[in-house]
Design a protein around this ligand. Sequence first.
Ligand SMILES: [Zn+2]
Length: 512
Amino acid sequence: MADSTLLVVNGTVYDHDGDTDRPARADILVRGGRIAEVGAGIAARLAAAGERADETLDAGGMLVLPGFVNAHYHSHDVLMKGAWETPPLEIWLMKALPPSYPKRSREEIKLRALVGAWECLRGGITTIQDMVTLAPWDPDHLDAVLEAYDEIGIRAIVALQFADIPGIASIPFWEEVVPKKFHAVLSGGIEPPKEKVDLFDVVEQQYRRHAARHPRITWGLGPSGPERCSRRFLERLAALSEAEDLPVYTHIYEGKYMALHARQAYGKHGGSLINWLGEVGLLNPRMNLAHSVWLLPQEIERLAQTGTNVVLNPVGNLKTRSGVAPVRQLLQTGVNTALGCDNCSCSDVQNMFQAMKLFSGLTAVSDPEPGPPSAPEALRAATLAGAKGARLEGRLGALKPGYAADFSLIDLGDPSFVPLNSVARQVVYTESGRAVRSVVVEGRVVLRDGRLTQVDQDALREAVERAMVALRKDMAEVGARVDAIHGYLMEAYRRVWAADVGINRYVGHGRL
Ligand SMILES: [Zn+2]
C-alpha cells in the first residue's frame, strides 16, 4: 500500500481555484496514498514509458470531486436515525445520548461506527470528525470505534467527548421547574463519568496510545462545551493542544439556552462563553466551535481576530429548533467556516449536499440581499475549511499534488447534471448524493459502484438488525422516562424562549 499507484483516467477534475463551472478533463496519478500529479495526458505518458499503475480507474463521464470533510459528527447515536420528530435540543439529547443509556456492547459500538462511516462514504464524505461519547468510559470501546475506521477505510479525526460538570447544572430552569423526584432522570448530552478517573489523564493517555496507529486516523480533543468543563480541565487541554498541535472541538451556543446560561453564569466574563474560552487559552486556530448559532456580533469579531474556526450544522439545528446561525456575518468577518452533519438522530442524515444547500440558502431568513455564500464557497466550506480546522491545511480537501488522495467519482450522466450548466452549482443545489459512484480514500477504492469494498455491507446490515433488538428496548424505556416529564421540560424550554439574550436567531418567533 505504501508505494502502490492508482491512476484515475480522463475525469472532469474539480479545482477550487480553476473554472468551477466547467472543470478541465485530467488524469490523476496517486502514489502511496497522495496525489503525485494532476493533468492531461499522464496516462498516455506512462503508457509510452511502459509504466503500469497498480490500479486504473476509468473516470470518463465522471466528475472527480475532493472528498468532503464532515467536520462535526458523532458516531454514538448512528443507530437512532429517524427515531424522533422534532424535539427541542434539551429534550432530544436526553432521549438520544449515551448518559441516559445502560452500557452498550462492544459489538454495538463497532457496528454503529461502521454504519455511520458507510453512510458517509456513500455520500462522498471521506473524512469524519468523530466527537465520540463512550459512556460509561471503557478504553476497549474506543478500540472498537478505531477498528471500525481501520476496516472500512474512511479517514477520521477522533476526539473523545468529555465534561466534568453535570449537564443539568448548565440548562436554565430545569432544576427549579422539574420536581425533585424526577431529577435523577435529567441528564445533559454528556455527564462526568461515575467512575473515579482523571478525565484529562484519560484523554492524554488515549491520544498517546493511538497517535501513531494509522496515518488515516488523527487525533483531536473534545471538551463537550466550555460551560460543562472546569477551568483546570480546559487549561490542561489547551496546553496539550498547543504542545502537540492538536485540533480541539467543542459545542458552542447550539441552543438559545446556552446563550442564556452564559449571560446568567458567566457575568465575570461579560456573559460570554467566547470570552471564557479566551481566558482558558482556547481561542486560536486549533479551536473548532460546532454550531455557533447564538453568537453575538462582537463574539464573531473576536473569533475572526483569533483565527478560531466555526463548524456549522444547519440540518440538525433546524430539527432541534435551535435556530439559524449567522452565516453571512461569519463569512464577511473572515471566520474560517466549515460544515458538519452532526448527530445521526438530530440531523438524521450524513449528507454534505444537504448541509451545503442549507448553508447557501439559510441567509435568506435574515438578509434579503443576494450574495455569499456562493456554490464554490459552499464547496470550500465542505472540504478545505474543515481540513484547515483539523490542522490538515495543504494536505486535505483539494485535488492537487501533495494532497491526500481522497475523492469521489460522481456520475455526470445522472439527471442532476443533465444538462451541465455549472458543476459547482449543480453539486451544491441539485445533487443529493445519488450520483456518487465510487470513493477513494488515501489512494484506495473503498466504495465501488455504490458498494463498500472493505466491509461486507449485507452482513453489516444483518448484524445491525440483530443489535437493534436490545437497543430498541432501551430506547423505549428511556423514551418513556423522558416523556413522563415532557410537560415540565417544555415549560423550562418556553421560559428560555421568553428570555432576552440580546439577539434573535429564530426569525418570526412569536409572530408567524
Ligand atoms: Zn455535536
